[in-house]
Each structure stands twice: as C-alpha cells, then as structure tokens.
Design a protein around this ligand. Structure first.
Ligand code: GRF
Length: 196
C-alpha cells in the first residue's frame, strides 16, 4: 500500500479528487496533506476526510527557499510518503528538495506540455489561437514543468472561450486525469495515459 502526501497552496480541488479516489480498492492511500499557506481552503477539506494536515507559511522565510523547505520537510518526512503529489502547489521547489523525491513526485500542470510551462497557460493558449488545450501530469524534475509525461488530457478551445471558461473545462479534466495516473503510478506503471 503506497503512502501518498499531497502538497497544495489553495482550494485543493485536485487534492480532493485524489483523496476520494484512494478511499476504495486502491494501491495507495493519503497520509498527509500539506500546504505553504496555513489559510489554504484545501486543508479543511482534507481534515474533514480525516487526513492529517500540516502547513508551513512560506512568507516569513522570504527568499530563504531552503529554510522554508527544511520546515516543510519535517511533517512530510514524518508521514513517510512513498509518493508526493503536487496539486495546485504554487511554490517552485529547489533542486535539493526535488532530488530527495526524484522518481516519486508528481505534478499536474494546466497545459499540454511541453507547451506553456509556467503560469497563465490558458491565456497563452487563447492568445496563440490554439484549437485545443488540456492538462498534463508529469514527474517532477529540477527543470520546472519539464519531467517525463505520465498523462495528458485534451479539451477543445471553443469560440468565445475566456480564460475562465477554458480553465474550468481543463480543471474538470484534471480531476479525471490525476486520479487515473496516480492509480497506475502507485502500481509501478509509468506508461503515459492519454485522455480522452
Ligand atoms: C489548477 O488550475 C491546476 O491546474 C493547478 O492549480 C490550479 C488549482 O488547482 N495545478 P486546485 O483546485 O487547488 O487543485
């Protein structure tokens, strides 16, 4: 039974779908939900499901990324995760942190990587006039949003789409893709999953 820690920064809608997916017959279970923001709404959602939570406010650390990560590592290591899922986690992790979990840390990114790494992915897809968009689950490596792709889900860009309407369509696919990829990954299957 793989132990999964989920890192969030906000609402945690992806985190919630991951937790829900692990409740039944599943090769993994959630052991911690941690955030860089003590006010992250996702923390209450995790606690409501009986999952241990932790929060380390990154702001007092300023530019001291290593200091913040050392503090965040304490509850994470105490939970002894086999897998870490970044889900709406908005801090860039140092190579040292990534190396510690390399090969067992996933992230979901709201674009069809390698297109649009970084922020504002939907605005960029709309500005480019793309006919389709989507999301990617990838293994986290030191290069931001560039690790091996474990799954992708495509959605159409529709006439009159705004950043918000496209983001909502992609988010609905994220909620399907991430649990499906985690289930396979927890069983050691790294073949990329393409939806639909
Ligand atoms: C989503 O757009 C997701 O693509 C990105 O973070 C955003 C918020 O996700 N990773 P969540 O609702 O906090 O899971």
């Amino acid at each position: 039974m793989k132990r999964v820690a989920v890192l969030i920064s906000g609402g945690g809608s992806n985190m919630l779908r991951l937790l829900e997916s692990m409740e039944g017959d599943h090769p993994a279970r959630a052991v911690l939900v941690a955030s860089n923001d003590p006010a992250a709404a996702g923390l209450a959602k995790a606690a409501a499901k009986g999952i241990p939570t932790a929060a380390v406010d990154h702001r007092p650390f300023g530019r001291d990324r290593e200091g913040f990560e050392a503090a965040l590592l304490r509850p994470i290591l105490a939970a002894e995760p086999d897998i870490i899922c970044l889900a709406g986690f908005m801090r860039v992790l140092t190579p040292g942190f990534v190396r510690r979990f390399e090969g067992r840390m996933l992230n979901i990114h709201p674009s069809l990587l390698p297109k649009y790494p970084g922020l504002h992915t939907h605005a960029r897809a709309l500005a480019a006039g793309d006919s389709e968009a989507g999301c990617s689950v990838h293994e986290v490596t030191a290069d931001l949003d560039a690790g091996p792709i474990l799954g992708q889900a495509r959605v159409p860009v529709l006439e009159g789409d705004s950043e918000e309407t496209l983001a909502a369509r992609v988010l609905a696919m994220e909620h399907r893709l991430y649990p499906a990829v985690l289930r396979r990954y927890a069983q050691g299957d790294r073949t990329p999953l393409m939806l639909p």
